[in-house]
Write a protein that binds this ligand. Structure first.
Ligand SMILES: [Zn+2]
Length: 226
């Protein structure tokens, strides 16, 4: 991948001088970094502006370019990448002109942020504190057996925080949360290690479902569907 400045000039040139072959090669690269669907995506695949070589562009700048160049299939992801940093980043007045969002794009981005935050909070709460469904815990020492005890609540709170907490004013609903921490060479669930591995497994698969659901929501959330 070239650096973003080269990439954006090339993209504009291929549109202006009608160079469909070169352009379709470039769009291939865009599709890989800003995929349209969740299918086949590994949890560690680098996405968004980090794929450009050189200094990563501001996600607002990428979003502006993609809107201007009508890269429709890449827009949901480009909106998400700009939105996940939150309101201050979306509306930052110190940014150069090409990273400043128009009122129309800003409105779509903020609408999407609100929708994603709502799902993120609701689903994280249901995942952490909600009913255990078809996979109840079977480990006798697991804290989740007495979920209202103070130790269990403290552990649950840490898990909840790990899913939504550090997103603050943005969202990180498409990121894979880290539920484990190293405790003297042994991997244990965050929050003191009192939660058993099958409970953590339930959270992991529940969060994978959440990411899939949110991925499907993106076009609607950002007003990209008629
Ligand atoms: Zn358990």
């Amino acid at each position: 991948m070239p650096d973003f400045t080269t990439f954006s000039s090339l993209l504009r040139i291929t549109a202006k001088y009608e160079m469909p072959t070169v352009r379709s090669q470039m769009l291939e690269v865009v599709r890989d970094a800003y995929p349209e669907t969740f299918e086949g995506l590994g949890p560690s695949k680098p996405l968004g502006e980090s794929v450009f070589s050189g200094p990563a562009p501001h996600p607002n700048e990428v979003l502006n370019l993609f809107v201007q160049q009508k890269l429709t299939s890449a827009l949901p992801m480009a909106y998400y990448m700009a939105t996940r940093r939150g309101l201050y980043s979306l509306m930052d007045r110190r940014l150069p002109r090409n990273a400043t969002l128009s009122p129309r794009i800003l409105q779509s981005a903020i609408g999407g942020l609100v929708a994603l935050r709502e799902v993120e909070f609701n689903e994280a709460h249901r995942l952490t504190f909600g009913p255990k469904g078809s996979h109840p815990c079977s480990a006798s020492k697991c804290l989740s057996r007495a979920p209202t005890g103070p130790a269990a609540l403290a552990a649950y709170q840490m898990v909840f925080d790990r899913i939504v907490g550090s997103s603050r004013f943005g969202t990180k609903v498409l990121e894979v949360p880290e539920f484990y921490e190293d405790q003297g060479g042994e991997l244990q669930c965050i929050g003191g290690g009192g939660i058993c591995s099958s409970c953590v497994g339930r959270w992991e698969s529940g969060h994978a479902e959440l990411r899939k659901k949110v991925w499907g929501m993106l076009p609607n959330a950002f007003g990209l569907k008629d």
